[in-house]
Design a protein around this ligand. Sequence first.
Ligand code: COA
Length: 391
Amino acid sequence: MAADLAVGIHDLSFATTEFVLPHTTLAAHNGTDIGKYHRGIGLRSMSVPAADEDIVTMGAAAAAPIVARHGSEAIRTVVLATESSVDQSKSAGIYVHSLLGLPAATRVVELKQACYGATAALQFATGLVHRDPSQRVLVIASDVSKYELDSPGEPTQGAAAAAMLVSADPALLRIEEPSGLFTADIMDFWRPNYLPTALVDGEESIAAYLQAVEGAWKDYTEQGGRALGEFRAFCYHQPFPKMAYKAHRHLLRNGGQDSDESRVVHDIGDTTAYNNVVGNSYTAAMYLGLASLLENADDLTGQPIGMFSYGSGSVAEFFAGTVVPGYRAHLRTAAHQKAVARRRPVDYAGYRDLHELSLPEDGSDHTVATQTSGPYRLAALSGHKRIYQPR
Ligand code: COA
């Protein structure tokens, strides 16, 4: 393994849903002061999947432009990270592999550890590329964040998929060693197999997240990582954008640094543009934050970015990436802005119907209503099998 080989994110693309629920609509329904949503948790709207959208259709939509740009020849591994899986056995990545026409000589696997899974996938991918730099790994993070109606978590739902091509000599971000790691056995957020919606202890999850920031940073420092002041920007997992602000203030204070508002905004302000309007996309959320940062910040060439990934339960990792010269030519800013702008607003009743929609569980033949105008859809269920189609 060549330690000095640059490995990292060569391309980054995301997709989201057909529908969007503005928080003004939710606030009008439940009587909440809109300031709580807009300023208190930092959300303006959230993506809502159509009846015929799920983690597979979003994952394929996110990855298709990457395959179109780079071809599929060098991709020998697909890792799909999710915590809203559609099958207990089969990897959702196999449906994506099929929809994208990837070569049969590919290994495909699904990874789970709440919102952290995509970072594990990214690290596994860099290891595979270090072992054989001619290979590329397609990493897909795809999730539908769903809490019970009228619960405190309801305003922090959302859905999106981020796809990344991990390669040698990457065009966007070189992933650095070391990583700072932290695991704690804690029940801050979880979803038993029999529940369609997640359970969360909001306060506990915020406290657990902050504890993990401390733990992962401590380990990062002990492993010989960069000093806090070296980073140009920080990209945090965003279950809701205000969480990134809480986390960064916590990190700065713990590191004995100035944590006034202007410093925090300078460090993380450019990471929230997509999460503000998409909502929580679990595994994808930090990578939507990275897309937002790369697309919105002034020139980041050669700058180190601190990445903090958190998955309830809990596992966290702090690692660094360095932005590659010429990265701007490879960004997908227009496509990402379109993915957000093309969503159709739903009214409260429409959102509620989609939220409560369930697919048959008896193996009967079922045609799924055509709602999405995206490139892939869940067309039908038959004999307990999901049938996906390009549109
Ligand atoms: N104007 C401006 N801000 C307002 C406001 C108003 N009218 N009303 C409330 N706020 C602020 C509160 O002060 C609070 O800010 P703070 O956290 O900086 O103190 C924020 O809005 C949220 O208010 P709070 O009363 O704490 O909301 P809540 O009890 O409904 O819970 C969450 C908020 C985020 C905890 C809840 O939505 C949740 O559980 N979400 C899921 C959490 C999650 O995803 N966890 C996983 C972690 S990885």
